[in-house]
Design a protein around this ligand. Structure first.
Ligand code: FAD
Length: 266
């Protein structure tokens, strides 16, 4: 149906972004294709290969699945910040990825964790690295005839240190800045394999390679945390907007990195 209507039809998942967009006449699809009728899109898979979440898995499904708290605790920590109770009951993984809000948690976690997104359409199935999927605010590489079917997260190591921190004006609002990070400590305490991602400060979620470079090979103590926070503030280049100045968001990002690292190290 999506292919037949060539750009004039849109998949409907939880409706928590699409319906507001339609109410504001920002989206004007002629046809909605309801994905709730496809039960396979609701699957949650956990194995040695990592975690697979079907596109129609809801935020609430993630928060209530005790296996996921073991299999990818960073994911669960981030999803706890999504919206309000009602939105978590309906909003979905695939809807969030396709909507691509620059401040949304799931796209940020996908980029931070090197996740892969699978999509299917007229030309068949393809797998897209999350890092290549988001191309700008509310813009992805998805084609109009494609739907996301699932997201795959690589395996999570047992002694991994991680944290998610975000700041929003009110509980449940989109983040003004949010940070997801993890690293795998060596036996002598030095961080390795650091992954640091940020939301809310650019037109898409970003990895902060400069902060990862500060962390890798160093013990995550006070001086390292201070250096990482400073690197984070310098690495982002947000714009002034109605909520905050660019300088405020830059500073906030450093603070989020500092708090996240204190949590992770503690
Ligand atoms: C008041 C409020 C507060 C919110 N706060 C947050 C927040 O703090 N953090 C956050 O991340 N989100 C927040 N959201 C958004 C919420 O999480 C949405 O549910 C989510 O972004 C979109 O998911 P959905 O299932 O509702 O998708 P829909 O609204 O149904 O769809 C969104 C877009 O994705 C497309 N789409 C849906 N599923 C697929 C698919 N499988 N393949 C291809 N395209 C698809 C649709 O065509 C549409 O373009 C908030 C929403 C509201 C109304």
């Amino acid at each position: 149906m999506l292919a037949a209507h060539d750009g004039d039809a849109k998949p409907l998942a939880g409706g928590q972004s699409l319906v507001p967009m339609m109410a504001f006449r920002v989206a004007l699809p002629r046809l909605l294709v309801d994905l709730r009728k496809i039960p396979d899109l609701r699957n949650v898979g956990i194995s040695d290969d990592g975690v697979r979440l079907g596109a129609m898995v809801r935020w609430r499904d993630i928060l209530e699945d005790a296996r996921l708290a073991q299999a990818n605790p960073l994911l669960v920590a981030a999803v706890a910040h999504v919206g309000h109770y009602q939105i978590r009951n309906r909003g979905t993984v695939g809807g969030s990825l396709a909507h691509a809000d620059p401040a949304a948690e799931m796209p940020g976690i996908a980029v931070t964790c090197d996740a892969e997104i699978t999509a299917i359409g007229r030309a068949g199935m393809r797998v897209i690295n999350a890092a290549d999927f988001f191309v700008g605010a509310l813009t992805t590489t998805l084609k109009p005839d494609e739907i996301i079917t699932e997201i795959r997260f690589p395996p999570w190591l047992a002694n991994r240190r991680y944290a998610f921190q975000e700041f929003a004006l009110r509980r449940g609002d989109f983040a003004m800045s949010g940070v997801a990070l993890y690293y795998d400590p060596h036996r002598n305490g030095e961080a390795a394999n650091a992954h640091v991602g940020v939301i809310g400060v650019a037109d898409r979620p970003l990895r902060l390679g400069a902060v990862e470079a500060v962390l890798n090979g160093r013990v995550v103590d006070g001086p390292t945390i201070a250096a990482a926070a400073e690197a984070a503030s310098s690495a982002v280049n947000p714009r002034d907007d109605i909520h905050a100045s660019a300088a405020y968001r830059r500073s906030l990002t450093g603070t989020m990195v500092e708090r996240a690292l204190q949590n992770a190290a503690g």
